[in-house]
Design a protein around this ligand. Sequence first.
Ligand code: CMC
Length: 374
Amino acid sequence: MSEQDIKKGLAGVVVDTTAVSKVVQETNSLTYRGYPVQELAAACSFEEVAYLIWHGELPTRAQLDEFTRSERDKREIDPQLVDLLLSLPRDSHPMHVVQTAVAYLGAVDPHADETGEEANRRIAERLYAQLPTIVAIDHRRRHGLDPVAPSKDLGYAANFFHMVFDEVPAEEIVRAFDISMILYAEHSFNASTFTARVITSTTSDMYSAVAGAVGALKGPLHGGANEAVMAMLEEVGTADRASEWIDRALAEKKKIMGFGHRVYKNGDSRVPTMRKAFESMVEVTGDTQLLDLYNAFEEDFVGRKGIYPNLDYPSGPAYHLMGFDTEQFTPIFVMARITGWTAHIMEQQAANALIRPLSAYDGQEQREVPADRG
Ligand code: CMC
């Protein structure tokens, strides 16, 4: 086998079919179940999009009412899980905390190994309903604050703010957050979704597949980029320093976080919508300095390299202006992507083939184990 036959990083390899979402490389577009993601972000709530991703169709009013009622009933996490979260070191990585919580939910679920439509929906909805509670408790414990119980009277996004900050902010902030959740919900065979599908292909359970996906999402080349973008912008500091900072980073062969994409080479269709949401956060907070830096940095880097921003570029600073700690940005991504992951897990189960590629060996030739090993 020649080097050319090897598709490093599986770049350009089509491994299976999916009906969940479609990424069109040529037009840089993304649809969920046939609907363009930017249209969903303009017209729908995250709850409607979650329903769409799982059921294949947008819900009617009655279906949405039933779906949100069921989610609100499942938000509370069991007291032992609260104790477990509070017992973890305060400086544990928040994605390790999320992964631990997902594994715990599997460990205490006597039906974790059940499959089939009803069992899958039950586990997926449980994770979807409880991840915000887990992330919010983790945020608060790092600030030495007690958990705030979920409210059944609030929508998904508003309830998350309520559990993190003990208050619900202005409507524009809640809406901007909701939009980010819609944009992050699903993205075909990205690294974490593919991880979930690999684990599922061994006929392992949904909790195990999600815990593995959380691990894949943590990396800065994938979900961890939204945090890395904010850390980078903070390091740069002000718009007038962007150019010099980029000079140095490129000289050191560093990857610029929030730019570039394996599939989209001419821009990411989610960016304009998220950029608008970021701008609305700038309007609410009055932090024009961050917007100036954002614009100057983007203009400079795109001008030099022709590498465009991905969704993480506007979402990182938007979450910052919403008041979230940088280290919680990737766990927030988990809260959205749980919908896509679990839809793919169900799809993989329904038409499974063990995912087990081949490798080209380039190690030692076969040899004998020496009798005398010194
Ligand atoms: N900064 C600097 N150079 C870059 C970047 C970047 N962000 N992205 C690509 N390049 C260069 C790369 O160095 C390479 O140059 P050369 O041909 O001279 O070696 C060329 O562009 C092609 O890049 P690649 O690494 O082969 O492309 P890839 O498809 O493997 O990488 C990527 C995609 C997302 C890993 C990469 O663009 C990257 O590391 N970006 C920064 C991290 C980031 O923002 N990740 C979030 C991705 S989107 C959201 C998600 O999936 O979670």
